[in-house]
Design a protein around this ligand. Structure first.
Ligand SMILES: NC(=O)c1ccc[n+]([C@@H]2O[C@H](COP(=O)([O-])OP(=O)(O)OC[C@H]3O[C@@H](n4cnc5c(N)ncnc54)[C@H](O)[C@@H]3O)[C@@H](O)[C@H]2O)c1
Length: 292
């Protein structure tokens, strides 16, 4: 499955779905972005185009490669249009019932060889796979945000994932230029087990006046070598998503380090979700999911 062009359906045209669509289209796969919400789908497609254009401006992608990637990308709001998919990558809201239902409906639409990948951050891969009659073809593939720039993908099998699906998934991800790590089907996999408590403690430091937003971001960049500070990162992640992920992990692990600090709820209530709404910890003119 390594480098052959495939048809890949991406469910959900939000932050992660758009990023994953860039990865697929740029690698030469026919990519269908599916979203239930037409406006979100349009914004997702626009964000993918914007990212490719920006890559050309930066000299990281040729104009030809960007045009080819754009031609391989299409949008859909009807699940039946995903019938030709070899791989379905699910990146809809972090909601177990929703993810299960989509995989169950797709059982009757896609072929008997289609792989089902879920990008869940906190839900059980086994639980999501139970929505499908083919749990042996369901694999957790947790991309890091922003997906087109970050190489790591965590791969987690559910209880009934078959070795052929696992192996084909790892080979496919490596063909995309990704680095894979294998993790158990546990809440937060590897990365969010450490990242979420750390992000919460940065928010807590800001809320308690330890230092300003800029000072904390600069301290993290300067000391830990991260390419961006926690508040720039949280603005890309989305505060609604951070709240959902942190709360789901707290519910499962009962460890208070996962519980989001009060500031998170205030920002979500105010609609200050980050880059996608134009304001989070910072302000943005460009609310496409990826911009310059
Ligand atoms: N944001 C992150 O940093 C990040 C990182 C890794 C994994 N994840 C996971 O990726 C998934 C998506 O997160 P996101 O940040 O892209 O969310 P998002 O809110 O930006 O996008 C979700 C999209 O799903 C669409 N959607 C909702 N219900 C749908 C349905 N029934 N059919 C089709 N589309 C539907 C919405 O319209 C929206 O466009 C979640 O499971 C999340 O936990 C997020």
């Amino acid at each position: 499955m390594n480098n052959e062009p495939r048809t890949v359906a991406v469910l959900g045209a939000g932050t992660m779905g758009s990023g994953i669509a860039v990865v697929m289209a740029r690698a030469g796969h026919r990519t269908i972005m599916y979203d239930i919400d037409e406006a979100n789908l349009r914004r997702g497609l626009d964000s993918v185009h914007g990212f490719l254009d920006h890559s050309v401006k930066l000299g990281k992608l040729s104009q030809d490669a960007a045009d080819t990637a754009k031609r391989s990308l299409s949008g859909a709001t009807d699940l039946r249009e995903l019938a030709p998919s070899d791989i379905v990558v699910e990146a809809v809201f972090e909601d177990l019932a929703l993810k299960k239902e989509l995989f169950g409906r797709l059982d009757d639409i896609v072929s008997a060889h289609t792989l089902f990948h879920t990008n869940t951050s906190t839900l059980s891969v086994t639980g999501i796979a139970s929505g499908s009659r083919h749990p042996e073809r369901v694999v957790g593939t947790h991309y890091c945000n922003p997906a087109p720039l970050m190489k790591l993908v965590e791969v987690a099998d559910g209880r009934h994932t078959g070795s052929p699906a696992h192996e084909a998934t790892v080979a496919f991800l490596r063909g995309l230029g990704k680095t894979t790590v294998v993790t158990k089907d546990r809440p937060g996999f590897i990365v969010n087990r450490f990242l979420i408590p750390w992000e919460n403690s940065c928010i807590d430091a800001l809320e308690n006046g330890v230092a300003t937003r800029d000072e904390i971001d600069a301290a993290v960049k300067g000391s830990l070598g991260h390419p961006m500070g926690p508040f720039r990162l949280l603005d890309i992640v989305g505060m609604d998503i951070h709240q959902q992920v942190a709360t789901r992990l707290y519910e499962q692990l009962r460890d208070p380090r996962f519980f989001p600090p009060p500031m998170v709820e205030r920002m979500v209530a105010a609609g200050d979700l980050g880059r996608k709404t134009g304001r989070g910890f910072y302000e943005y003119d460009d609310t496409r999911l990826f911009g310059s």
